[in-house]
Design a protein. Structure first.
Length: 77
């Protein structure tokens, strides 16, 4: 059984984490100047929703990758 789909999935999570870290450091000076409240909250909700969609969709993608014929030793799927 290959570990490539799991490595790709965790790589995607690493990209999400790196993007969050970069954007959070860019966002902090603007938040200290003045927050708009609803816009900032909406962006945080959108970011959280995209992460949840990635976690659910990525988990489904991993399951489908391992159910494909090339990973099944008996040739069925």
């Amino acid at each position: 059984m290959s570990m490539i789909p799991i490595i790709q999935y965790t790589g995607g999570l690493a990209i999400f984490g790196l993007t969050y870290w970069l954007l959070d450091n860019i966002l902090l000076p603007f938040i200290q100047i003045g927050t708009t409240g609803t816009v900032t909250d909406t962006l945080h909700m959108l970011w959280t929703a995209s992460l949840i969609i990635y976690l659910i969709g990525g988990g489904y993608w991993i399951i489908r990758q391992y159910n494909e014929q090339n990973y099944n030793q008996y040739g069925g799927g």
